[in-house]
Design a protein around this ligand. Structure first.
Ligand code: PNS
Length: 161
């Protein structure tokens, strides 16, 4: 049986931290579905179409990764997909509280909901999409923080204003 995992997130934008997690989760699962949230509460830098396209372009060489968008509750998506294991990254202990609460709430709503927390590579634990957005929009260089495809799209976006 194929072991499928679901990696949900805002990916605004996808960072090297996300990509590292995607690659490492492919060692544990046969197939990974990356699900891009349509309406993150924070005002996104990139539209949903742009975020989906960016992720798709970056993961294209990885083959066993599928990208989709989703709106509404994560548990509804998980249910539709047959309740695959959900992957979330943990960078620091500060991530844990929110992730733990979300996981427990999701399990209340969807019995059998399972989440695997993967530790971020310690060299990337300082990295977040929020910081990348802040740096990029204030004219900083994010070249070493995101995949080249994403860096190019950020440059284009910031130039356009
Ligand atoms: O990349 P992010 O912003 O940390 O991802 C957060 C995400 C998308 C996993 C989370 O916000 C989510 O699942 N949103 C969908 C709405 C939902 O299910 N909310 C209830 C959580 S208990």
């Amino acid at each position: 049986m194929k072991r499928v995992a679901l990696y949900p997130g805002s990916f605004d934008p996808l960072t090297n931290g996300h990509l590292d997690l995607i690659k490492r989760s492919l060692k544990l699962f046969d197939e990974l579905v990356v699900a891009v949230l349509e309406n993150p509460s924070k005002k996104p830098l990139f539209t949903t179409d742009e975020r989906v396209a960016m992720v798709a372009q970056v993961v294209k060489p990885l083959k066993r990764v599928r990208v989709m968008r989703f709106d509404g509750l994560l548990v509804h998506l998980a249910h539709r997909l047959g309740n695959p294991t959900v992957i979330r990254g943990l960078r620091m202990i500060s991530d844990f509280e929110y992730e733990f609460q979300m996981a427990q709430m999701n399990r209340k709503m969807l019995p059998g909901y399972e989440v695997v927390f993967m530790m971020t590579d310690e060299r990337l634990s300082y990295l977040s999409s929020t910081l990348v957005r802040q740096i990029a929009t204030q004219g900083g260089n994010v070249r070493i923080l995101v995949p080249p495809v994403v860096a190019a799209r950020i440059r284009a976006k910031v130039k356009k204003g």
